[in-house]
Design a protein around this ligand. Structure first.
Ligand code: CUA
Length: 321
């Protein structure tokens, strides 16, 4: 289920929104190709046709009229083709952005940050609200409403296989919806230049069957794992007593920072640094010690830890499933 490569391809739609966009793309592609071929054919005909050596004023006048009619027809066809495209395009945008549907959707709130994604799964019961970061789970076949805002600058959510782009504006709420009809791991990407690490603002979207989704929610609702041995206990102390706790939250501990991603279930995520590195021990160590070397400009400072502290911290973080 969790294996396999990311999919990131707008022409390989895995949901209704992306399907409509892909259809529009092919419609425009075919229309433009046909027009291109016709224009080229007419151009070649005009360039190579035989000319009369001698032309009287009567012939000139007839040709002038014919040219006028040709231009008028060309203009008419252009206007009609553009109008149809415009109408289809507006219709598509309307359908894709409508978040009101009969089926009660799951609502996810996304807060975009430089350069990561804060994610909340809404629930009428506050204790059942799941908070995570950079990794979005979707139940296959289910419409998911996404309500977004930004914490700093303008970002844009784009999961090419699932839907079109939607800007995320500070102080303003935008909505879109996602639906994955095929299980899989899709790559999302910030699609609006938002500063130094815009390119490393990736989102992992994992579409799983309903049961697996419910399991994931239940797991995310658990408080963080409690240390069971001296090493992980030492690691937890490094976390809560050091600078980590100033920015990160781990539910069930005294660490309750809100500046960076919630790490309560860090070990359950595939990637770290918003899709920058695989979540493996070596990568995590490099990230903790020198995030500025991996993602220059990232808000996380470098951390000077002695090797024993770092080992303990890594052991602890790996228990946070
Ligand atoms: Cu966020 Cu580009």
């Amino acid at each position: 289920m969790m294996q396999g490569r990311f999919r990131i391809d707008a022409l390989d739609p895995a949901g209704p929104n992306a399907e409509r966009i892909s259809d529009l793309f092919w419609y425009m592609m075919v229309t433009a190709s046909v027009i291109y071929v016709i224009v080229l054919a007419v151009l070649l005909y005009a360039a190579f046709r035989r000319r009369d050596a001698l032309r009287g004023p009567a012939v000139e006048a007839r040709m002038e009229r014919r040219a006028g009619v040709s231009v008028a027809i060309g203009l008419g066809v252009t206007v009609v083709v553009l109008l149809i495209t415009l109408i289809v395009d507006f219709g598509l945008a309307r359908t894709n952005l409508t978040t009101e549907h009969e089926q009660q959707p799951i609502t996810i709130e996304i807060v975009a940050h430089q350069w990561w994604w804060e994610i909340h799964y809404e629930d009428s019961i506050p204790q059942r609200r799941v908070t995570t970061a950079n990794e979005l789970y979707l139940p296959v076949g289910q419409r998911v409403k996404v309500v977004m805002t930004s914490n700093d600058v303008i970002h844009s959510l784009w999961v090419p296989n699932l839907a079109g782009k939607r800007d995320i504006v500070p102080g303003y709420r935008t909505e879109t919806w996602l639906q994955a009809d095929r299980p899989g791991v899709y790559r999302g990407q910030c699609a609006e230049f938002c500063g130094h690490q815009h390119a490393k603002m990736g989102l992992t979207v994992i579409a799983v069957p309903r049961d697996a989704f419910n399991q994931w929610i239940a797991q995310q609702l658990q408080p963080a794992a409690t240390p069971t041995d001296s090493v992980t206990l030492a690691g937890q102390q490094v976390f809560v007593n050091g600078s980590c706790a100033l920015c990160h939250n781990i539910t069930g501990t005294t660490a309750s920072g809100v500046v960076g991603p919630d790490l309560t279930h860090l070990a359950s995520r595939r990637m770290i640094g918003a899709g920058t590195l695989l979540n493996r021990r070596g990568q995590l160590a490099g990230w903790i010690v020198d995030p500025q070397g991996i993602k220059p400009g990232v808000r996380m400072p470098s951390n000077q830890l002695d090797p024993n502290e770092l080992r303990a911290l890594l052991a602890y973080l790996e228990t946070l499933r």
